[in-house]
Design a protein around this ligand. Sequence first.
Ligand code: ADP
Ligand code: ASP
Ligand code: MG
Length: 600
Amino acid sequence: MSIVVQKFGGTSVADAERIRRAAKKAVDTKRSGLQVVMVVSARGKKTDELVGLAAEITAKPRPREMDMLLSTGEQESVALMAMAVHELGEEAISLTGAQIGVRTDGSHTEARIISISTQRMKDALDAGQIVIAAGFQGVDEDFNITTLGRGGSDTTAAALAAALDADLCEIYTDVEGVYTTDPRVVTSATKVECVSYDEMLELASLGAGVMHSRSIEFAKKYRVSLRVKPSFMDGPGTLISPEPAEPAPRVTGLAFVRSEARVSLIGIPDQPGVMNRIFSLLSDNRISVDMVVQNVGVAGTANVSFTVAEDDLENTLTVAKTATDDLGGVVQHNANLSKVSVVGHGMQTHTGVAAQMFRVLADNSVNIHIVTTSEIKISVLIDHDLCDRAVNAVHEEFQVAHQNEQTPQVGVPSESPRKRTRKDTSELEADIVSRLSGMEEIVVSDIYSDTDQARVTITQLDDHPGVAAEVFFAVADGGILVDMIIQNVALDGKANISFTVPGGDVARTIEVLRDPLQRHRDAQVSCDESIGKISVVGIGLRSHTDVGARMFHALGDGGINVQMVNTSEIKVSVVVAADQTDTALTALRMSFNLSQDEAT
Ligand code: ADP
Ligand code: ASP
Ligand code: MG
């Protein structure tokens, strides 16, 4: 018989009335002939209350005790839910994480699932019961209770759906589905019918709180069909599926993180091994970084910037200081920042999406401190107090663009700039997933190189709103498809931007930049056609904090200097010198245990 997993979030089980309503959905589903596993979160703000209570006792609660405490929220909910189902005349059994055999590693408060034993759930389902599983929790090998990180019940649901080979995993929540952005912040946000795994992975990891990003990792790895639905009404919700909507809009969604901090290491040596040292230290301290930007070296030194969650700043500064004590250079930081990102497969085939975003920000007097991109996302770092303005303006721009999608596009659609490897990525992923020893282990499915790109770097740009827009509008108007974009934090009022374009377009790029750069007295353009871009493709590349460290370790050991980096959940790319590309590719494939014969 087909199995459906139905997850109900905190607001959807906040009081007796809502618990009854959730129970009724499950009972109706069971009566339609399906087997039902419910995954339930703690009621309302229960988890926050428990966190607050712990803070009243101690400023530094031990993580093990925190997990013991927080897991009680879900335990309360499952028992109440079982009672509600009983009242509706169906059999149900509530089970804690330990009772359903959710085995995790021992990283308290952020544990990862290793395995799930399905026998007890299957027996209960076959006996006609609705299984009511506590979300967010598991046990380590010593039976200590662990939790999966805030918002982790989504991950429990997707993991159970994967382990039980369920037909569908429904995520019931307090909005109608996945919206173009947070509907609580932008009232004109609209629900989307369908979003791809990759888009949702990026959106969730870049701040869209509607789904825990690790739940999408599970969905993608194990091909779980996910639907986000409203718990307070009937409605189809949003399908999260392997493929993007057709035709893909330029931008599918916008996500933001209000409180982000930037840390820069200025004047560090520009030589192999330096990035390795920094990223190993960060990874050892389990600090998850985003927006990694390295300037092309000048006079033997380089500047590296990255962003971290504001809560991680203190820890990060200690780590950064250790690195500069060792390597030289100084640490700078800024805490009052927000990150705004647009995500969509459509940007792979439309030129000018970045320019459009930068222009809207400039029109709204929002200065951009840092830019990073990957294949399907563009992120900018801006001042914290401009976050709402930026989010609303950028959202409106792309919503209008989508509504007018019939109008001619800026530039021309282009074929994907990268070469494919022998097998389709999903096949490679399936192969690797079948061999994983832990369900949440990282998946690196492919590593390939592309030597058809060239790097263009503009230094000494006057830093004011609109600089990036001027540059990228000129490039887009020239019909040139930009791949990686990196803008590092301005120093002494001067910004610098690096980006890659198809090798054959370098001359035209220089040409189209001539006009806008005339307005910048000191600006200098340089280009390098002898570069290689190497991309590591997989699932959960950012949430596993050691990926960057492993990459930089392998490259550092091989004596390879990294010129540009960009990171995302599904791909990390580095630019190196063309004549080092093959060595770098081999080193990275070895480091991630991929066979060499698959290399392109
Ligand atoms: P639950 O308790 O059901 O897990 P969450 O609060 O974790 O619910 O997630 C739902 C909330 O996510 C919504 O109320 C909404 O404010 C927020 N949200 C952020 N980004 C989005 C988005 N793109 N689409 C829908 N909701 C979003
Ligand atoms: N109750 C947990 C939290 O609030 C898990 C969840 O709701 O997904 O983070
Ligand atoms: Mg949630």
